[in-house]
Write a protein that binds this ligand. Structure first.
Ligand SMILES: [Fe+2]
Length: 390
Protein backbone atom coordinates (compact mmCIF):
# COMPACT_ATOMS: atom_id res chain seq x y z
CA UNK A 1 0.00 0.00 0.00
CA UNK A 2 1.45 3.31 -1.05
CA UNK A 3 -0.46 6.47 -1.96
CA UNK A 4 -2.05 8.01 -5.07
CA UNK A 5 0.54 9.25 -7.53
CA UNK A 6 0.71 10.19 -11.19
CA UNK A 7 3.36 10.94 -13.79
CA UNK A 8 3.07 12.29 -17.32
CA UNK A 9 -0.12 12.91 -19.28
CA UNK A 10 -3.40 11.15 -18.48
CA UNK A 11 -6.96 11.83 -19.68
CA UNK A 12 -9.35 13.58 -17.29
CA UNK A 13 -11.54 10.48 -17.06
CA UNK A 14 -10.39 6.85 -17.04
CA UNK A 15 -11.39 4.48 -19.84
CA UNK A 16 -12.19 7.31 -22.25
CA UNK A 17 -10.66 8.41 -25.57
CA UNK A 18 -7.11 9.73 -25.18
CA UNK A 19 -5.33 10.62 -28.41
CA UNK A 20 -1.90 11.78 -29.52
CA UNK A 21 -1.27 14.84 -31.75
CA UNK A 22 -2.00 12.73 -34.86
CA UNK A 23 -5.40 11.74 -33.54
CA UNK A 24 -4.35 8.16 -32.74
CA UNK A 25 -5.56 6.54 -29.53
CA UNK A 26 -3.08 5.81 -26.79
CA UNK A 27 -3.20 2.27 -25.41
CA UNK A 28 -4.65 2.07 -21.93
CA UNK A 29 -3.59 -0.77 -19.61
CA UNK A 30 -4.99 -1.45 -16.15
CA UNK A 31 -2.45 -3.09 -13.82
CA UNK A 32 -4.39 -4.40 -10.83
CA UNK A 33 -3.57 -6.55 -7.80
CA UNK A 34 -5.62 -9.14 -5.89
CA UNK A 35 -7.81 -9.47 -8.96
CA UNK A 36 -9.75 -6.21 -9.06
CA UNK A 37 -9.82 -5.88 -5.25
CA UNK A 38 -6.30 -4.61 -4.53
CA UNK A 39 -4.37 -1.48 -5.44
CA UNK A 40 -4.02 -0.66 -9.14
CA UNK A 41 -2.74 1.82 -11.69
CA UNK A 42 -3.83 2.84 -15.19
CA UNK A 43 -1.00 3.14 -17.70
CA UNK A 44 -1.14 4.84 -21.12
CA UNK A 45 1.21 3.39 -23.73
CA UNK A 46 2.17 5.09 -26.97
CA UNK A 47 2.11 1.71 -28.70
CA UNK A 48 0.24 -1.50 -27.89
CA UNK A 49 1.69 -3.45 -24.92
CA UNK A 50 0.42 -6.75 -26.36
CA UNK A 51 2.40 -6.87 -29.63
CA UNK A 52 4.19 -10.20 -29.18
CA UNK A 53 6.60 -10.94 -32.04
CA UNK A 54 8.02 -14.22 -30.76
CA UNK A 55 7.73 -16.60 -27.82
CA UNK A 56 11.05 -18.32 -27.42
CA UNK A 57 11.87 -21.47 -25.47
CA UNK A 58 11.28 -21.35 -21.71
CA UNK A 59 14.17 -22.30 -19.45
CA UNK A 60 14.29 -23.71 -15.91
CA UNK A 61 14.89 -21.00 -13.34
CA UNK A 62 14.48 -22.49 -9.91
CA UNK A 63 16.38 -24.12 -7.08
CA UNK A 64 16.84 -27.46 -5.41
CA UNK A 65 15.83 -27.72 -1.78
CA UNK A 66 18.43 -29.26 0.52
CA UNK A 67 16.88 -32.58 1.52
CA UNK A 68 17.24 -33.97 5.04
CA UNK A 69 18.80 -30.80 6.45
CA UNK A 70 16.76 -31.21 9.62
CA UNK A 71 15.91 -28.66 12.27
CA UNK A 72 19.00 -26.57 13.02
CA UNK A 73 19.96 -23.08 14.05
CA UNK A 74 21.88 -21.98 10.99
CA UNK A 75 24.62 -19.51 10.19
CA UNK A 76 25.33 -18.98 6.50
CA UNK A 77 28.79 -17.50 6.01
CA UNK A 78 27.65 -15.56 2.95
CA UNK A 79 29.82 -12.59 3.87
CA UNK A 80 32.47 -14.40 1.82
CA UNK A 81 30.15 -15.21 -1.10
CA UNK A 82 31.71 -12.86 -3.68
CA UNK A 83 29.98 -12.67 -7.04
CA UNK A 84 26.92 -14.89 -7.43
CA UNK A 85 26.72 -14.98 -11.22
CA UNK A 86 27.12 -13.08 -14.46
CA UNK A 87 24.17 -10.82 -15.25
CA UNK A 88 21.26 -9.78 -13.01
CA UNK A 89 19.12 -12.85 -13.64
CA UNK A 90 22.00 -15.31 -13.61
CA UNK A 91 23.25 -13.85 -10.32
CA UNK A 92 19.98 -14.17 -8.36
CA UNK A 93 20.87 -17.00 -5.98
CA UNK A 94 17.96 -18.47 -3.96
CA UNK A 95 19.10 -19.52 -0.48
CA UNK A 96 15.98 -19.97 1.66
CA UNK A 97 12.51 -20.75 0.36
CA UNK A 98 8.99 -21.79 1.28
CA UNK A 99 5.67 -21.82 -0.52
CA UNK A 100 5.22 -18.08 0.15
CA UNK A 101 8.65 -16.57 -0.44
CA UNK A 102 12.14 -16.90 -1.88
CA UNK A 103 15.12 -15.22 -0.20
CA UNK A 104 18.10 -14.67 -2.52
CA UNK A 105 21.36 -12.80 -2.79
CA UNK A 106 22.39 -11.17 -6.05
CA UNK A 107 25.90 -9.86 -6.67
CA UNK A 108 26.29 -9.71 -10.48
CA UNK A 109 29.55 -9.34 -12.36
CA UNK A 110 27.89 -7.89 -15.50
CA UNK A 111 26.38 -4.50 -14.77
CA UNK A 112 24.33 -4.18 -17.93
CA UNK A 113 20.93 -5.60 -18.92
CA UNK A 114 20.02 -5.93 -22.60
CA UNK A 115 16.59 -7.34 -21.72
CA UNK A 116 13.62 -6.44 -19.55
CA UNK A 117 12.57 -8.55 -16.59
CA UNK A 118 9.16 -9.23 -15.14
CA UNK A 119 8.48 -11.32 -12.04
CA UNK A 120 5.04 -12.80 -12.64
CA UNK A 121 5.29 -15.00 -9.51
CA UNK A 122 5.23 -12.27 -6.90
CA UNK A 123 6.25 -8.93 -5.49
CA UNK A 124 9.91 -8.22 -4.77
CA UNK A 125 11.59 -6.28 -1.98
CA UNK A 126 15.22 -5.71 -2.95
CA UNK A 127 17.46 -4.48 -0.14
CA UNK A 128 20.51 -2.72 -1.61
CA UNK A 129 23.40 -3.38 0.76
CA UNK A 130 25.87 -2.07 -1.81
CA UNK A 131 25.25 -0.16 -4.99
CA UNK A 132 23.51 2.69 -6.70
CA UNK A 133 21.68 3.34 -9.94
CA UNK A 134 18.21 3.56 -11.42
CA UNK A 135 15.37 1.12 -11.84
CA UNK A 136 13.59 1.76 -15.14
CA UNK A 137 10.03 0.50 -15.46
CA UNK A 138 6.79 1.43 -17.20
CA UNK A 139 6.21 3.66 -14.15
CA UNK A 140 9.35 5.69 -14.92
CA UNK A 141 12.80 6.21 -13.45
CA UNK A 142 13.34 5.19 -9.82
CA UNK A 143 16.77 6.15 -8.44
CA UNK A 144 18.16 3.86 -5.72
CA UNK A 145 21.22 3.80 -3.50
CA UNK A 146 22.85 1.83 -0.69
CA UNK A 147 20.44 1.21 2.20
CA UNK A 148 17.30 1.34 0.05
CA UNK A 149 14.55 -1.21 -0.07
CA UNK A 150 13.20 -1.23 -3.64
CA UNK A 151 9.64 -2.55 -3.49
CA UNK A 152 8.50 -3.80 -6.90
CA UNK A 153 4.92 -5.00 -7.45
CA UNK A 154 4.54 -8.23 -9.42
CA UNK A 155 4.47 -7.95 -13.21
CA UNK A 156 6.30 -4.62 -13.16
CA UNK A 157 8.50 -4.66 -16.27
CA UNK A 158 11.92 -3.42 -15.30
CA UNK A 159 15.52 -3.02 -16.26
CA UNK A 160 18.32 -1.87 -13.98
CA UNK A 161 20.56 0.96 -15.12
CA UNK A 162 23.39 0.20 -12.70
CA UNK A 163 25.99 2.75 -11.70
CA UNK A 164 28.86 0.72 -13.09
CA UNK A 165 31.40 2.47 -10.88
CA UNK A 166 29.89 0.69 -7.88
CA UNK A 167 29.53 -2.95 -6.91
CA UNK A 168 25.87 -4.01 -6.74
CA UNK A 169 24.87 -6.30 -3.86
CA UNK A 170 21.20 -7.11 -3.33
CA UNK A 171 19.19 -9.11 -0.82
CA UNK A 172 16.00 -10.08 -2.67
CA UNK A 173 12.76 -11.26 -1.07
CA UNK A 174 10.13 -12.51 -3.49
CA UNK A 175 6.62 -12.83 -2.11
CA UNK A 176 3.43 -14.54 -3.27
CA UNK A 177 1.46 -12.07 -1.09
CA UNK A 178 1.70 -8.34 -1.85
CA UNK A 179 4.50 -6.56 0.04
CA UNK A 180 2.90 -3.66 1.88
CA UNK A 181 3.59 -1.04 4.52
CA UNK A 182 2.59 -2.20 8.01
CA UNK A 183 -1.19 -2.38 8.41
CA UNK A 184 -1.32 -1.37 12.08
CA UNK A 185 0.51 1.88 11.25
CA UNK A 186 -2.18 2.96 8.76
CA UNK A 187 -5.44 4.76 9.50
CA UNK A 188 -8.77 3.65 8.03
CA UNK A 189 -8.10 5.39 4.72
CA UNK A 190 -4.53 4.12 4.45
CA UNK A 191 -2.43 7.08 5.63
CA UNK A 192 0.54 6.23 7.83
CA UNK A 193 -0.16 7.21 11.44
CA UNK A 194 1.88 9.48 13.72
CA UNK A 195 3.42 6.55 15.64
CA UNK A 196 4.62 4.84 12.47
CA UNK A 197 8.44 4.69 12.24
CA UNK A 198 8.21 6.19 8.75
CA UNK A 199 5.67 8.17 6.73
CA UNK A 200 4.77 8.84 3.12
CA UNK A 201 7.60 11.38 2.77
CA UNK A 202 10.04 8.53 3.25
CA UNK A 203 8.53 6.45 0.42
CA UNK A 204 9.97 7.52 -2.91
CA UNK A 205 8.08 6.82 -6.16
CA UNK A 206 9.61 7.07 -9.66
CA UNK A 207 10.74 10.63 -10.34
CA UNK A 208 9.95 10.94 -14.06
CA UNK A 209 9.04 8.94 -17.13
CA UNK A 210 11.69 7.62 -19.49
CA UNK A 211 12.36 9.98 -22.37
CA UNK A 212 11.75 7.68 -25.36
CA UNK A 213 11.25 8.73 -28.94
CA UNK A 214 7.65 8.87 -30.21
CA UNK A 215 7.82 5.65 -32.26
CA UNK A 216 9.66 2.77 -30.68
CA UNK A 217 9.21 -0.32 -32.82
CA UNK A 218 11.86 -3.04 -32.75
CA UNK A 219 12.69 -6.29 -30.98
CA UNK A 220 12.50 -6.04 -27.21
CA UNK A 221 13.40 -9.11 -25.16
CA UNK A 222 11.50 -9.67 -21.97
CA UNK A 223 12.34 -12.44 -19.51
CA UNK A 224 9.24 -13.39 -17.51
CA UNK A 225 9.68 -15.45 -14.34
CA UNK A 226 6.73 -17.70 -13.64
CA UNK A 227 6.59 -21.12 -12.02
CA UNK A 228 10.34 -21.68 -11.66
CA UNK A 229 10.89 -20.98 -15.34
CA UNK A 230 12.07 -18.01 -17.36
CA UNK A 231 9.86 -17.37 -20.34
CA UNK A 232 11.49 -15.41 -23.14
CA UNK A 233 9.15 -13.07 -25.02
CA UNK A 234 10.09 -10.72 -27.83
CA UNK A 235 7.84 -7.66 -28.11
CA UNK A 236 7.56 -5.38 -31.10
CA UNK A 237 7.05 -2.21 -29.06
CA UNK A 238 9.20 -0.77 -26.31
CA UNK A 239 7.66 -2.06 -23.05
CA UNK A 240 8.38 1.19 -21.19
CA UNK A 241 6.89 3.38 -23.92
CA UNK A 242 4.50 5.21 -21.59
CA UNK A 243 3.00 8.70 -21.90
CA UNK A 244 1.52 8.76 -18.39
CA UNK A 245 -0.04 6.75 -15.58
CA UNK A 246 -1.78 7.17 -12.27
CA UNK A 247 -2.79 5.02 -9.32
CA UNK A 248 -1.56 3.37 -6.15
CA UNK A 249 0.46 0.51 -7.67
CA UNK A 250 4.08 1.32 -8.60
CA UNK A 251 7.61 0.57 -7.46
CA UNK A 252 9.08 2.75 -4.74
CA UNK A 253 12.11 2.98 -2.48
CA UNK A 254 12.41 3.32 1.27
CA UNK A 255 15.82 3.86 2.88
CA UNK A 256 16.73 1.93 6.02
CA UNK A 257 18.48 5.17 7.08
CA UNK A 258 15.02 6.83 7.25
CA UNK A 259 13.60 4.23 9.66
CA UNK A 260 12.98 5.99 12.99
CA UNK A 261 13.54 3.40 15.73
CA UNK A 262 11.05 2.94 18.55
CA UNK A 263 12.80 2.57 21.92
CA UNK A 264 11.66 2.10 25.53
CA UNK A 265 12.69 1.74 29.17
CA UNK A 266 12.97 -2.02 28.76
CA UNK A 267 13.80 -4.22 25.78
CA UNK A 268 11.38 -3.67 22.90
CA UNK A 269 10.17 -6.73 20.96
CA UNK A 270 10.93 -7.27 17.26
CA UNK A 271 7.59 -5.87 15.98
CA UNK A 272 8.83 -2.33 16.76
CA UNK A 273 11.33 -2.87 13.96
CA UNK A 274 8.70 -3.96 11.44
CA UNK A 275 8.96 -2.19 8.09
CA UNK A 276 6.84 -4.25 5.67
CA UNK A 277 4.24 -7.00 5.76
CA UNK A 278 3.21 -9.75 3.40
CA UNK A 279 -0.08 -10.86 4.90
CA UNK A 280 -0.09 -14.45 6.07
CA UNK A 281 3.45 -15.00 4.78
CA UNK A 282 6.17 -12.94 6.51
CA UNK A 283 7.25 -9.60 7.94
CA UNK A 284 10.39 -7.60 7.12
CA UNK A 285 12.01 -5.66 9.99
CA UNK A 286 14.84 -3.12 10.03
CA UNK A 287 17.32 -3.03 12.90
CA UNK A 288 18.96 0.39 12.90
CA UNK A 289 21.22 2.48 15.19
CA UNK A 290 19.26 3.46 18.29
CA UNK A 291 19.55 4.37 21.94
CA UNK A 292 19.30 1.40 24.26
CA UNK A 293 16.71 0.85 27.00
CA UNK A 294 16.81 3.36 29.85
CA UNK A 295 15.32 1.55 32.87
CA UNK A 296 18.06 1.66 35.56
CA UNK A 297 18.22 -2.15 35.58
CA UNK A 298 17.59 -2.68 31.87
CA UNK A 299 19.32 -5.36 29.82
CA UNK A 300 19.81 -4.13 26.24
CA UNK A 301 20.47 -7.61 24.82
CA UNK A 302 17.33 -9.57 23.94
CA UNK A 303 15.98 -12.32 26.17
CA UNK A 304 15.98 -15.95 25.06
CA UNK A 305 12.87 -16.59 23.07
CA UNK A 306 10.89 -19.30 21.36
CA UNK A 307 9.38 -18.07 18.14
CA UNK A 308 7.00 -20.98 18.14
CA UNK A 309 5.23 -20.25 14.87
CA UNK A 310 7.78 -18.49 12.71
CA UNK A 311 11.25 -18.91 11.28
CA UNK A 312 13.53 -15.95 11.89
CA UNK A 313 16.10 -14.86 9.30
CA UNK A 314 18.56 -12.09 10.08
CA UNK A 315 20.80 -10.54 7.46
CA UNK A 316 23.61 -8.47 8.94
CA UNK A 317 24.46 -5.45 6.86
CA UNK A 318 26.46 -2.86 8.83
CA UNK A 319 28.00 -2.41 12.28
CA UNK A 320 28.40 -4.98 15.05
CA UNK A 321 25.33 -6.94 16.03
CA UNK A 322 25.32 -6.88 19.83
CA UNK A 323 23.72 -10.26 20.52
CA UNK A 324 25.87 -12.34 18.16
CA UNK A 325 29.54 -13.27 18.16
CA UNK A 326 31.46 -14.16 15.01
CA UNK A 327 28.77 -12.99 12.57
CA UNK A 328 30.13 -10.88 9.72
CA UNK A 329 28.45 -8.33 7.48
CA UNK A 330 26.69 -10.04 4.61
CA UNK A 331 25.99 -13.20 6.65
CA UNK A 332 22.63 -14.78 7.50
CA UNK A 333 21.36 -16.52 10.58
CA UNK A 334 18.22 -18.64 10.56
CA UNK A 335 16.58 -19.48 13.87
CA UNK A 336 13.72 -21.83 13.08
CA UNK A 337 10.54 -22.13 15.09
CA UNK A 338 10.69 -25.10 17.46
CA UNK A 339 14.01 -24.29 19.16
CA UNK A 340 14.54 -21.46 21.66
CA UNK A 341 17.37 -19.07 20.86
CA UNK A 342 18.97 -16.08 22.47
CA UNK A 343 22.12 -14.03 22.90
CA UNK A 344 25.48 -15.74 22.75
CA UNK A 345 27.22 -16.42 26.09
CA UNK A 346 28.68 -13.27 27.56
CA UNK A 347 26.75 -10.87 25.36
CA UNK A 348 23.99 -10.26 27.95
CA UNK A 349 26.42 -9.06 30.66
CA UNK A 350 28.44 -7.19 28.05
CA UNK A 351 25.35 -5.29 26.88
CA UNK A 352 24.50 -3.91 30.36
CA UNK A 353 25.34 -0.21 30.64
CA UNK A 354 25.71 0.22 26.88
CA UNK A 355 23.91 3.33 25.69
CA UNK A 356 23.46 2.75 21.99
CA UNK A 357 24.01 0.43 19.06
CA UNK A 358 25.26 1.19 15.57
CA UNK A 359 23.94 -2.01 14.00
CA UNK A 360 22.01 -2.40 10.77
CA UNK A 361 20.27 -5.65 9.98
CA UNK A 362 17.29 -6.82 7.96
CA UNK A 363 15.05 -9.48 9.51
CA UNK A 364 12.59 -11.65 7.65
CA UNK A 365 10.22 -13.63 9.89
CA UNK A 366 8.26 -16.19 7.92
CA UNK A 367 5.12 -17.89 9.21
CA UNK A 368 5.76 -21.12 7.32
CA UNK A 369 9.01 -23.08 7.78
CA UNK A 370 11.87 -22.19 5.48
CA UNK A 371 13.96 -24.68 3.56
CA UNK A 372 17.58 -24.17 2.61
CA UNK A 373 18.50 -24.65 -1.04
CA UNK A 374 21.55 -26.51 -2.29
CA UNK A 375 23.08 -23.09 -3.00
CA UNK A 376 23.67 -22.81 0.78
CA UNK A 377 25.99 -25.83 0.97
CA UNK A 378 29.33 -23.96 0.69
CA UNK A 379 28.31 -21.47 3.37
CA UNK A 380 26.82 -23.54 6.21
CA UNK A 381 28.69 -23.04 9.51
CA UNK A 382 28.50 -26.56 10.95
CA UNK A 383 29.54 -25.39 14.43
CA UNK A 384 26.84 -22.73 14.77
CA UNK A 385 24.19 -24.92 16.49
CA UNK A 386 26.74 -25.54 19.30
CA UNK A 387 27.96 -21.95 19.58
CA UNK A 388 25.96 -21.25 22.74
CA UNK A 389 28.10 -23.64 24.84
CA UNK A 390 29.70 -21.53 27.52
FE1 LIG B 1 15.27 -13.89 17.66
Amino acid sequence: MTYYYKLGKIPPKRHTQFRNDNGELYHEELVSSLGFSGIYSNIYHKESPTNVKEVKESKPYGYKVLEDYGLKMTHLKTAEIGKTGSDYLDARLPLMVNSQCVISLCNPTELTMDYFFKNADGDEAIYVYEGEGELHSQFGVLPYKKGDYIVIPRTTIYQFDFDTSKEQKFLIVESKAPIETVGRYRNEVGQLLEHSPYCERDLHPPTHLLDLKEKSNGDYSMMIKKGNQLHHYVYGNHPLDVIGWDGFLYPYTFSIYDFEPITGRIHQPPPVHQTFQARGAFVICSFVPRLFDYHPLSIPAPYNHSNIDSDEVLFYTEGEFMSRKGIAQGAFTLHPGGIPHGPHPGTIEKSIGKKETKEYAVMIDTFAPLFLTENCLPYIDKEYPYSWQS
